[in-house]
Design a protein around this ligand. Structure first.
Ligand SMILES: Cc1cc2nc3c(=O)[nH]c(=O)nc-3n(C[C@H](O)[C@H](O)[C@H](O)COP(=O)(O)OP(=O)(O)OC[C@H]3O[C@@H](n4cnc5c(N)ncnc54)[C@H](O)[C@@H]3O)c2cc1C
Length: 311
């Protein structure tokens, strides 16, 4: 019977992968917002684990054809996703409940949340920085737009602060009167904090990041996503580079958008190209559209023209 450490002839011994850059991060709490943080707790696998899995399907011959980085980029380009699932990452995340509600929609990870039935919720809530409190966006129904007058921002923060303090006082009074923790917590607003362990594999992490680093995602969850991306990159830097290249900064064109691009290559203006492709830019009442397929196509053109890495 082969024992631990025994290796088939010609094969390298298997050693548990460790990545010094990731090891240095284990357990370090990186602050987010007023009371939140993200910490890398553990990981399994690295870039080499992705390559190791892929070579099971492609065979040893690939080693001579492509180097590891080239193989990982090939896998990402061709959406051969399962080798990326060989890498697991586990985080401890402390976050306001309004962010947690968005985060937990990602069903493919494993969560274990602090129980407000079992222990008392600490008196920590989010007021948001002044610059984060802005007008309702006119272009994005789910987003924020222009700045507000300073007195409106100050009033909002005062109201939120008072509401939270009153809510927590009522919560404490309820506990003191013998109300069960699982019932008393109903008094607390969604600006209060919770925390959980979150374990996911690298492919699902990429999916989470592609949605939650996007400018359409709420600013607060984007802060968490950015820190999670930085830590995940420590574990598998080559896979992250490929993810950025092909997924995060890649651009998908729809059938109509391809028609519009062809029209522009033939010398039409973007407006003419949109008209030729059936991408609407003007509403029935003659006003310019602020949302929709035509506007999104112009946004893609703007990204193409932008020099910024995320542009
Ligand atoms: C900008 C933005 C705005 C949003 N607005 C809203 C909103 O207004 N209201 C709202 O309710 N939600 C909203 N969401 C949440 C969104 O609809 C998704 O639930 C969330 O982003 C999780 O995405 P997911 O299902 O792809 O991820 P995961 O749950 O991690 O799933 C990953 C992938 O696994 C597959 N999968 C998992 N479970 C199933 C299943 N049961 N059936 C089929 N395939 C499955 C899918 O391919 C999925 O993409 C918003 C999300 C974003 C990013």
């Amino acid at each position: 019977m082969p024992g631990p450490g025994d290796v088939a002839e010609g094969e390298a011994p298997m050693i548990r992968p460790s990545v010094p850059a990731a090891d240095r991060e284990i357990g370090i709490r990186h602050p987010i917002l007023s009371h939140g943080f993200v910490a890398l707790v553990d990981y399994m696998g690295d870039d080499a684990a992705i390559v190791q899995a892929a070579r099971v399907s492609y065979g040893r011959g690939t080693k001579t054809v492509r180097d590891d980085r080239g193989l990982i980029r090939y896998l990402m380009r061709h959406r051969h996703t399962t080798p990326f699932e060989m890498v697991e990452v586990k985080f401890l995340v402390r976050l306001p409940i309004f962010v947690a509600r968005q985060f937990i929609r990602h069903r493919t990870g494993s969560f274990n949340e602090a129980s407000a039935r079992y222990s008392v919720v600490p008196d920590e809530y989010e007021l948001l920085p002044v610059e984060a409190i802005r007008r309702q966006s006119t272009r994005n129904r789910q987003g924020r737009g222009d700045p507000l007058p300073a007195e409106v921002v100050a009033r909002f923060r005062e109201d939120l602060d008072r509401t939270c303090r009153e809510a927590y006082a009522a919560h404490e009074a309820a506990l003191a009167a013998g109300v069960a923790r699982e019932v008393a917590r109903l008094l607390l607003p969604v600006s209060y904090y919770t925390q959980w362990y979150w374990k996911t594999n690298l492919w699902n992490l990429f999916h989470f990041l592609s949605l939650r680093l996007d400018p359409h995602a709420q600013e607060e969850i984007r802060l968490y996503a950015a820190e999670i991306a930085r830590l995940g990159r420590c574990v598998a830097p080559v896979a992250f580079e490929a993810f950025e290249e092909f997924e995060l900064q890649g651009l998908v064109l729809t059938r109509r958008e391809r028609t519009a691009v062809r029209a522009m290559l033939d010398g039409r203006t973007p407006d003419q190209a949109c008209a030729a492709a059936g991408l609407p830019l003007i509403r029935d009442d003659g006003q310019p559209m602020t949302t929709g397929e035509g506007v999104e196509f112009l946004e893609k053109l703007a990204r193409l023209r932008s020099d910024e890495p995320g542009g």
